[in-house]
Design a binder for this molecule. Sequence first.
Ligand code: SAH
Ligand code: SF4
Length: 353
Amino acid sequence: MEQETYLSKEEIIHWLKEKDANKLASLYARADKLTRKLFGTKVFFRGIIEFGNSCNKNCYYCGIRKGNEKIFRYLMPKKEIVETALWAYSQGYGSVVLQSGEIDNEKRVELILEVIKEIKKKTNLRITLSLGELLKESYLEFFKAGADRYLLRIETANKSLYEKLHPEGHSFDNRIECVQNLKSIGYQVGTGVMIGLPFQTIEDLAEDILFFKKLDIDMIGMGPFIPNEETPLFSQKQYCMKEDMFQLSLKMIALCRLYLKDVNISATTALQALNRKGREIALSSGANIIMPIITPLKYRQNYLLYPNKPCLDETAEMCKSCIENRIKSVNKNIAYNEPGDPLHFLNNGKIND
Ligand code: SAH
Ligand code: SF4
């Protein structure tokens, strides 16, 4: 274990509580140094296609929860999903993420299977799915059809906190089991948490990082919790930690890099909702992935998980050149046409032994 990057749980807690700007700058620099050692100046690009906003779940924090009757529900036709992925391919993206609300029925499984097969027939894009908790058999079918990766955030590793954030019938244990099922099938698996949730503590966040290691996770996507007026959790926002949520999110990214080392860590869109330069700052503090939204414009205002979501009215082309400039501003480059498989997956976790 390299001395410079070793961290104990106590040190993680200490850093999460640190307020001194100079000391924090040194933490971010250490995380950036390790990131550059692992990936050079490369930032991997994934285009995210939010192909449907209907959801059978009622998570208390999310704008597209089933109980929100104020939004127009959409599902992109198969042809349009595939065309969006082909556009991404033509632009040099190495990977696309297909994300939606959680719908667990045969018709939906069939649609996803057809989309995966069609994209794989025409491109060598890596396909990431982010469809929530589904049956292990469905995960297996998608994998056999060519899906490579799956993102399923645990939201928090604290079971009793998880239960406060979800109504009955939403099971923490099932969510963890899904992550384990995905790992055992052979997916590259990503997870993450929301930062600054009501009732969440600094100790909870430290436990989240330890839990990622225990689950042997390949990819991390974390972002600040952004209270959404259209959701029940909005009324609990006074119970959020009184911290600078942007700084806290950056600390989590840097600490994940130093503790987990060879995983992929994304600079999430939610970070940019708090700070105009949020994503590029994250790319200098441990993150190595960026996920531009490439959902066709006409659907975007209906995929509002949280308010102030950036890039709502930018076309995918504009989004690409804007992000290109942001990445250049921190002396990094987009790794066009590269899959960007997580080193942790390729190394089979060996670097952490
Ligand atoms: N339905 C799938 C994928 C879409 S939701 C799933 O739940 O896994 C993707 C992520 O959006 C969730 O995991 C959650 O972490 C995040 N999210 C939802 N509401 C949010 C909010 N108010 N603030 C920040 N992130 C939020
Ligand atoms: Fe549905 Fe995912 Fe939102 Fe929960 S977080 S309500 S599962 S889209």
